[in-house]
Write a protein of this length. Structure first.
Lengths: 145, 145
DNA sequence: CATTGATAGTTACAAATGCAACAAATACCG
DNA sequence: CGGTATTTGTTGCATTTGTAACTATCAATG
């Protein structure tokens, strides 16, 4: 690709990233949508709570780079389905500590396994070096430290 | 990462891909949203038309991996803003050939330049080898031939 | 050609999202 | 203290999206 060739769409990274993200997300969605009735954001919140334990909505917002309204609604949905509970933090009653119920933990355990399997399966087509580079480049573009 | 370590969220590719896709898409959106009043799908359709000339909605669907309703609405919006026109195909009046107006072509020319610049800027942090691997891995995951 | 089936594209309705305004609690500062 | 500003989280409303049903045209088959 010389500098003056017109840009191919498949070389435009936001486009490529969106397509890869959609393809893989829709694939993996099969794992949780029907069985647990979760949306993508809910799965993402569940994953954070399962992986990192009790968190406040604010913490999830910044860790997952999600807007607070999206998190607020995902938390409500997960609460409604009894996957998590809120507990007041007495020292600052603006915060609510979110933690998984037994049922939420079970769902997380299962989905984490599936996620691991999906991920490993996806990565098998790449060499170790490619995996390493891919991860590093994606993190940089997503501005994840 | 040994096989039995729990999966880190930042190593789960659908998650990483979504974050990178959102970050870069929102960045680049600054270029077209205010100035041309386009949404992401509309920019995507415009890009395809500008890059590959007259196409039918169906062709755009399969090339861009977009659902036909999304394309239909994007086309209507682009038409309303006089970025494209539809012309009947006499041999099969179900098809409509979509082509850019002068104004649409001008917007495309400008945005393609911006896209190239944005892309090159994003890629400068990577080595040539990394760029190559990144592109290849993303295409494979997006199932782009 | 008449009937049935397929294809291109649109539309109606429900669900999800983004944005701004909001309420409640706390922090800051005279 | 008392008032203003910040922070955490929710809600209302407009916009966008997904799904399914729909229209219009064409193809295939008897």
């Amino acid at each position: 690709m010389t500098k003056n060739d017109p840009l191919q769409i498949q070389d435009f990274l936001p486009y490529l990233l969106n397509r890869a993200a959609e393809t893989t997300s829709l694939d993996f969605q099969k794992t949780y949508k029907d069985r647990y009735g979760m949306l993508r954001t809910e799965w993402r919140v569940l994953f954070h709570l399962g992986r990192y334990g009790g968190l406040t909505a604010k913490q999830i917002c910044s860790m997952a780079d999600l807007h607070k309204t999206k998190v607020s609604r995902a938390v409500s949905a997960l609460e409604r389905q009894r996957f998590l509970v809120r507990t007041e933090v007495p020292t600052d009653r603006r915060n609510e500590l979110l933690s998984l119920t037994k049922q939420g933990q079970a769902a997380f355990d299962h989905l984490q396994q599936e996620a691991t399997r999906y991920n490993e399966n996806l990565l098998t087509t790449f060499t170790a070096e490619e995996q390493e580079i891919l991860r590093r480049c994606l993190k940089k573009m997503a501005r994840i430290p």
